[in-house]
Write a protein that binds this ligand. Structure first.
Ligand code: TXA
Ligand code: MG
Length: 347
């Protein structure tokens, strides 16, 4: 299949009447699959009302079909067609954080979206993205769009259109290139279908931010420990992983350097994921900085791109520094730990 590539300037007004957006929207209406930017990561969108269209998403990504998708909307009217029994708490969160990187898991309305979207669950995950290109595409298509991250299943999520092209060229109808994404990690998934909201996946909106609006928020135990079954089906899969095995190291620069030497002595090429503070202090085959430790938002926004850079550099193993788990750090360490397949060494 030919994959079209359209470049769009997200700062333009009336994007929904741009020819690139109209062409992409027409393909969505024809039940084809299109990659598009959001403020978190690139998404792979398809008509959420069509079994055929949604099946194409799973096929292109090689995604297990028991892992449900998020429905992306651009108006509140679309929300009320898809979900019901929306709590007052959920309404307050919507008021505060939409459009933005917060996905709400809500009670699903019968037959409102394809069953393939919700993978047999009674709930549906919904989000209104804030990226102007995403909003324009949803509006121009007139459809709620089911959209997972636009990577091959198991690979780091895409933060540039190039990442989408690397993974999915030939497998999807087109890619809307709106430049680099913002947050760089996926949205927070919050289960609002019960009494107390539960974070199923930490992300762009932090626990602290959520609690400032609705009091106590719980965190799914599976995020904090290894031996609980996650409530969010997608969280059980190995994810975000670079090809070379990654290990997180809780320790000093000297300790990390000694691990690097050890591997090099075995004849392996070694990469180190670090920050600007220590970028010039390591001797390794490839040293990549994610930005300053003082600015975890920047580290988060660069993480997936850096993991892909390690893939391209051909290193055999990667050691990563560890980060504090507060604020956006919770989502950052969640993704890094998964990318590392839970391999962590402490000095
Ligand atoms: O930032 C994002 O959320 C990006 C952009 C493209 O919007 N999308 C994204 O989608 O990360 P995906 O498919 O890679 O992750 C969706 C997550 C999965 O962990 C899935 O299991 C969970 O949301 N999920 C979807 N529907 C659910 C439901 N009804 N109940 C619980 N978890 C659900
Ligand atoms: Mg994903």
């Amino acid at each position: 299949m030919e994959t079209k590539h359209w470049v769009v300037d997200k700062h333009q007004h009336n994007l929904e009447s741009y020819p690139q957006i109209i062409e992409a929207a027409a393909l969505l209406q024809a039940n084809e699959v299109v990659g598009f930017p959001t403020e978190t990561v690139y998404g792979l969108g398809a008509n959420a009302l069509s079994d055929d269209a949604v099946a194409k998403i799973y096929e292109a990504k090689g995604r297990p079909s028991d892992n449900p998708l998020i429905v992306h909307i651009s108006t509140m009217g679309q929300l009320y067609k898809i979900a019901e029994d929306i709590s007052e708490q959920a309404e307050r969160l919507i008021e505060k954080f939409w459009p933005g990187p917060l996905t709400l898991v809500l009670k699903r309305k019968e037959n409102a979206v394809s069953k393939k979207v919700t993978a047999g669950l009674e709930t549906v995950a919904v989000r209104m993205p804030s990226h102007p290109v995403a909003l324009a595409l949803i509006t121009a298509s007139g459809l709620p769009l089911a959209a997972p991250s636009a990577n091959l299943s198991g690979k780091p999520s895409p933060t540039l259109a190039k990442h989408v092209a690397d993974d999915l060229t030939g497998k999807i109808a087109g890619i809307l290139d709106g430049g680099p994404t913002g947050v760089g990690l996926e949205s927070t998934v919050l289960d609002c279908s019960g009494e107390v909201p539960i974070i199923l996946r930490p992300g762009g909106i932090t626990k602290e931010q959520l609690e400032s609006v609705c009091g106590v928020v719980e965190v799914d135990k599976a995020i904090l420990t290894d031996n609980e079954a996650p409530k969010s089906p997608g969280m059980k899969y190995k994810h975000y992983a670079p090809t070379a095995p990654l290990t997180i190291v809780n320790g000093s620069q000297g300790f990390i350097q000694s691990l690097v030497k050890e591997k090099q002595n075995e004849g392996l090429k070694v990469g180190v994921l670090t920050t600007t503070e220590r970028e010039n202090k390591y001797e390794a085959d490839r040293v990549i900085s994610c930005g300053s430790r003082e600015q975890l938002e920047t580290v988060a926004s660069r993480l997936y791109g850096v993991l892909r850079q390690f893939d391209e550099s051909g290193v055999d193993v990667i050691f990563s520094e560890s980060f504090p788990s507060e604020g956006i750090g919770q989502a950052l360490m969640n993704r890094l730990t998964k990318a590392a397949g839970h391999r962590i060494i402490t000095e």
